[in-house]
Design a protein around this ligand. Sequence first.
Ligand code: TD4
Ligand code: CA
Ligand code: ZN
Length: 305
Amino acid sequence: MLVTNKEILIKAQKAAYAIGAFNIQNLESLLAVVDAAAEERSPIIVAVTPGAIKYGGLNYLARLVKTAAETMPVPISLHLDHGEDVETVKKCLEAGFTSVMIDGSHLPIEENIALTRRIVDISHQKGVSVEGELGRLAGVEEKTVEERKAVLTDPREAEEFVKRTNVDALAISIGTSHGAYKFKGEPQLDFERLKQIRERVEVPLVLHGASSVPQWIIEKATKYGAELAGAKGIPEDHIRKAISLGITKINIDTDLRLAFTATVREVLMNSPKEFDPRKILGPAKEAMKEVVKAKMRLFGSSGKA
Ligand code: TD4
Ligand code: CA
Ligand code: ZN
């Protein structure tokens, strides 16, 4: 069934588990994530970025997800990930999205508040949930401790942001970043900051850039020719701790991309005579599904549908 983020996140928040938001771009990634949800009996957020929309087409992707929601026995939310402007959000509302993120995190706070407030107004009218973002994801380019701290979410600003925008969920920055290269040294998240934000903010909190970049996937991809030296993600015990401190929605994309790539490489290398796309993409889809199922168990959402 098609649900909003708010509905499944509030339930998760009360019971102290987290819901995964998994990015899709095509039929294979969609089937991987919804089949995983059905097998784990877990609610799921299917996330679509503007980049995915450009690649797959808004209506194609929206209809795929809605078809899954009509037929699958678990709650499925169709979510715009990192929406950047009012136009994109309006198109997603028309296409039947049940949740949108507006990412004004690069803007000065007053502009971020104004943009987010506007998105909340047009989305709530349609019963659609809104996620805002405050603080930027620390990139590898922020080298010093001071530089890293400057981009992390300020707890007082978070409180003000949520009050003034009326968002349903807040994405915060505590040291994660998108992609496969999250840390040069030891992985480090600012759990103290998370605690302080949790004390001041009641809505569900969102952790972006939460892929773990599992070593076994890196090894498999590398064995079959990928170049991924230095790839590093968020250790699973950090994820568990973040959930225990109040993270309710967790975004995963990179681990799915890595599982896909490692498996496509493996099949092509081991079966050089193969040229049926289903025989190449099928195993890659299965590999993504297994990654999603493991995340659902880690997040505690398995069996909650
Ligand atoms: O929000 N996300 C997913 C970002 C996906 C970017 O997609 P485009 O290339 O289409 O812009 C995350 O927070 C994922 O975090 P991860 O740790 O998996 O990279
Ligand atoms: Ca951002
Ligand atoms: Zn993100």
